[in-house]
Design a binder for this molecule. Structure first.
Ligand SMILES: Nc1nc2c([nH]c(=O)n2[C@H]2C[C@H](O)[C@@H](COP(=O)(O)OP(=O)(O)OP(=O)(O)O)O2)c(=O)[nH]1
Ligand SMILES: [Mg+2]
Length: 130
């Protein structure tokens, strides 16, 4: 089975979490955390900083690993590392996505997330309730 390893950014503002809608490809119009594949030679943090610059035109600081999770898609096995990040510089600009929303804990389920994200969403709901 093909293995894909990605890093994603959990960006929070006023107790809300940023979600972005995929603008192309196999999972078009499903909601995700911005991010993408780790390239060879990169640390997780370097990959995340590069991806957020490419996708949202912001300079971020990865603050803390929130959760790593695995998921079997029909054609590949995904490993995803999700980091709580803060924005250091820039304004969010959708360069690859076709939508973005800020969701509070009571609205996390109102978008159709990529299936691999379920445990992360469940963990975020708990965290936002504390
Ligand atoms: N970015 C991102 N990808 C996710 C999430 N959940 C999830 O299952 N994925 C899957 C969908 C993709 O098939 C796979 C790779 O992510 P990606 O397509 O963003 O990778 P990338 O930015 O490097 O883009 P590309 O060059 O492959 O187009 O991870 C998520 O929350 N964020
Ligand atoms: Mg991506």
């Amino acid at each position: 089975m093909k293995q894909v390893e990605i890093v994603t950014a959990i960006i929070m503002k006023d107790h809300k979490i940023l979600t972005t809608r995929r603008g192309y490809g196999q999972f078009i119009n499903l909601w995700e955390f911005p991010g993408g594949k780790i390239e060879s030679g990169e640390t997780n943090e370097e990959a995340l900083i590069r991806e957020l610059q490419e996708e949202l035109a912001v300079e971020i600081i990865p603050e803390q690993l929130f959760m790593s999770t695995e998921y079997d898609y029909p054609d590949f096995h995904l490993t995803m590392h999700c980091y709580v990040c803060s924005i250091k510089k820039g304004t969010i600009t959708l360069l690859e996505h076709n939508g973005a929303k800020w969701l509070d804990k009571d609205h996390l389920d109102t978008v159709e997330w990529l299936p691999a994200n379920k445990p992360v969403i469940d963990g975020l709901r708990v965290m936002l309730t504390l």
